[in-house]
Design a protein around this ligand. Structure first.
Ligand code: CUA
Length: 167
């Protein structure tokens, strides 16, 4: 079979591109250990407390250093569990000083939920069996509504909380 000169060039170009992208993918995935942002960590949805982050005393806002926070949340139909305040009432508002570095870790006990702090770049899908995490710097003061943006049943619209970034 006789290949035309241009055919050969384009064929080689095609194969070279394929090899290049496979190498790039392999380098990212295996050498650098890059994984998608969320869903890297698995969890037993029936025993979320087995993960220390989701034990009752670690739910909600945790200050880990100056200007560094971790917020742990357990979603379930139709609630976000941010733990309890000093009076034993469920926490529904998280207050974080402006400019803080915050890691959000969310899991669910039952069905797929969303976790979106509207107006910020915090927006995750939360699936049973996984911990969804997202780290960000909150530098715009305001009160942001956290809502579920995955339809999860009749009480879907009741799943909300607020995130307050203060000066
Ligand atoms: Cu949870 Cu919609």
């Amino acid at each position: 079979m006789q290949l035309h000169k241009y055919e050969k060039i384009w064929l080689s170009f095609g194969i070279a591109s394929l090899v290049f992208f496979l190498l790039l993918l392999g380098y990212g995935a295996f050498y650098k250990g890059t994984h998608p942002q969320s869903h890297a960590e698995t969890i037993d949805p029936n025993h979320v407390e087995a993960n220390v982050s989701f034990q009752p005393e670690h739910l909600g806002l945790n200050k880990i250093a100056e200007n560094r926070y971790v917020v742990n949340i357990v979603a379930s139909t139709f609630n976000y569990d941010f733990g309890k305040d000093e009076n034993g009432n469920p926490v529904k508002n998280i207050r974080i000083p402006k400019g803080s570095n915050v890691l959000f870790q969310v899991t669910t006990k039952d069905v797929v939920h969303g976790f979106n702090a509207a107006g910020t770049n915090v927006n995750m899908i939360v699936e049973p069996g996984y911990v969804s995490s997202y780290e960000t710097v909150l530098d715009k003061p305001g009160v942001y509504t956290i809502l579920c943006n995955e339809y999860c049943g009749l009480g879907h619209h009741m799943m909300y909380a607020t995130l307050e970034v203060y000066e």
